[in-house]
Design a protein around this ligand. Structure first.
Ligand code: ATP
Ligand code: MG
Length: 79
């Protein structure tokens, strides 16, 4: 299966490149596509966004598992 490469590039700073890349990646993933995001910007803001999103989703999964009794609450009391 051939993949598609979508490049989001523009010389102007702060024009929304990272925001568009992140939203596009999530939208395509929600449509069932396999998505790989490649952050080639030395600022690494897309990578930071991805890591923050993963942390948030993991915390949400943990809370849901605790609620359903699939795993015990963490010792610190947080879900
Ligand atoms: N459609 C939008 N409406 C309002 N604010 C937006 C929109 N898209 C992006 N922004 C905001 O504009 C700012 C710059 O966006 P972003 O970081 O995506 O730009 P960038 O082109 O990647 O910047 P850089 O050149 O620094 O990498 C951010 O604060 C972002 O939240
Ligand atoms: Mg950017």
């Amino acid at each position: 299966m051939a993949g598609k490469i979508i490049t989001i590039a523009q010389q102007k700073g702060g024009s929304g490149k990272t925001t568009v890349a992140a939203h596009l990646a999530v939208a395509l993933a929600r449509l069932g596509k396999s998505v790989a995001i490649l952050d080639v910007d030395p600022q690494g803001s897309l990578g930071q966004w991805y890591e923050a999103r993963e942390r948030r989703l993991e915390a949400k999964r943990r809370r849901s598992d605790v609620k359903r009794g699939r795993r015990p609450p963490s010792p610190g009391g947080e879900a």
